[in-house]
Design a protein around this ligand. Structure first.
Ligand code: CA
Length: 128
């Protein structure tokens, strides 16, 4: 085989590798549950009700990526508690597109959205 053809094949192989590995796999979904366990390591979770759905299994939004709009997941302006199960700080926003009031929480934090924050979360950003 000629060297030129080998180079073409190598270039094509590199191109295919890039296609299969980029963009990075992202994951966001809604699952029923309650407590810490439905929120896997590396994810931020928003719970429909207070105390991580302590009153009974209900919807949890699970994401390992920043989300500029929670409404498409049925989770706009409804979250009442959260669990940041990432190793990063996370900023919550009361409007879409990372706008409006902000609340930044530490890695591992879990708590209720109290006061004006209850049923207000609309976007969230996982910080670098
Ligand atoms: Ca909102």
């Amino acid at each position: 085989m000629k060297a030129r053809n080998l180079a073409t094949i190598a270039t094509a192989a590199v191109g295919a590798l890039v296609l299969t590995t980029s963009p990075a796999a992202a994951l966001a979904y809604v699952t029923p549950g309650q407590g810490l366990s439905p929120c896997p390591s590396g994810s931020v979770c928003a719970y429909l009700n207070y105390d991580l759905n302590e009153s009974g299994s209900n919807d949890i939004l699970v994401t390992d990526q920043s989300l500029p709009d929670l409404h498409p997941y049925g989770f706009g302006d409804v979250a009442s508690s959260y669990y940041n199960h990432t190793s990063h700080y996370v900023t919550f926003y009361d409007h879409g597109d990372y706008q409006g009031a902000e609340k930044t929480v530490a890695p591992g934090a879990h708590a209720n959205f109290t006061g004006n924050w209850n049923d207000d979360l609309s976007s969230l950003k996982i910080l670098p």
